[in-house]
Design a protein around this ligand. Sequence first.
Ligand SMILES: *Cc1c(COP(=O)(O)O)cnc(C)c1O
Length: 369
Amino acid sequence: MLNKDRAWIEVNLDNLEHNINEIKKVMQAGSEIMAVVKANAYGHGSVIIAKKLNEMGIYNFAVATLSEGIELRENNIKGDILILGYTNFENIEYVAKYNLIQTIVDYKYASRINTMGHKIRVHIAINTGMNRIGEDFSNIDKIIEMYKMKNLYVEGIFTHLSVADSNLDDDILFTKGQIQKFYYVINQIEEVGIDAGKKHIQSSYGLLNYPEIKCDYVRTGIIMYGVYSSKKDYIKTKLDLKPVLSLKVRITTIREIKEGASISYGRTFRSNSKMKIASVSIGYADGYPRNLSNKNAEVFVNGQKARIIGRICMDQLIIDISNVEKVEIGDIVELIGEEEEISAENVAEKSETITNELLSRLGARIKRC
Ligand SMILES: *Cc1c(COP(=O)(O)O)cnc(C)c1O
């Protein structure tokens, strides 16, 4: 229903499959993909993406929140689903009810969950330098104690690298230190005869820049969707990635304006001559960044280039179609896609952010198909 109405995302599942195969080429034998489908699969639609991955034989997923995990289960996604973020105590029972796996954010959190009477599957996060979540790597006694808590099934342990996307000597040293600290923890656990469970360290850039790490899982997010976080990143192992997402909307009105006319809020754009302009059915409430106002952001109309002019509104924006031929109300405008000018990397750069943010903020009003 209401397909391709005012704004929609076309998801290219063949490209997703292609990217997965590219990623597998650089993974160590024995490593498996843990597909990161948090934030609605970085805006792509988590159920669409996870269904396709299930069909491809991928049965390990990561989400950020309990409700994201429940959504996958309610749509019959099979396999293990790890919640990478925090779940509050009052909702812990749902982790068990939906057969999800909770990240243990530290020892205190584990201790309290252990007293709640639900048997919970968990992976323990270890802080090796990110200083976000995770029990500190040096607290070996506490980490070992968590493995012995009777209501926790500790099935895995992981850490997260904070500068895997940099090739500065200092950053490489720091990353190697993080990896070393993680393996120190693993060794200490195994030394007392405990099975540490599934181990994982790398996300996308961890894989691209430290492919030699041999772990049970690689937590692939952004590169699975066929784009890099930013064009400026250091990438040792370049893959042949193909973008999975394209963002399309409609031309809603077409008008001619005179020289000196102003466009949109604040009258920030004034025409230097007669122009042909069109309003378009997307705005910042859909996640198209407002800071692309008056930045010459490009779009494609019927395969021809046009640019955004004036301030981007909440639900609409305006483009210059003076040089676009044969354009009608209802025609399709593409704002993010495979063309270089509208690649997620280029749009994100112009908007002073990374593709992860640009894509994950594409909103609920946009249908995925
Ligand atoms: C989001 C996230 C990932 C995925 O990161 P990408 O850079 O998109 O691959 C992996 N691990 C953790 C802990 C995350 O929070």
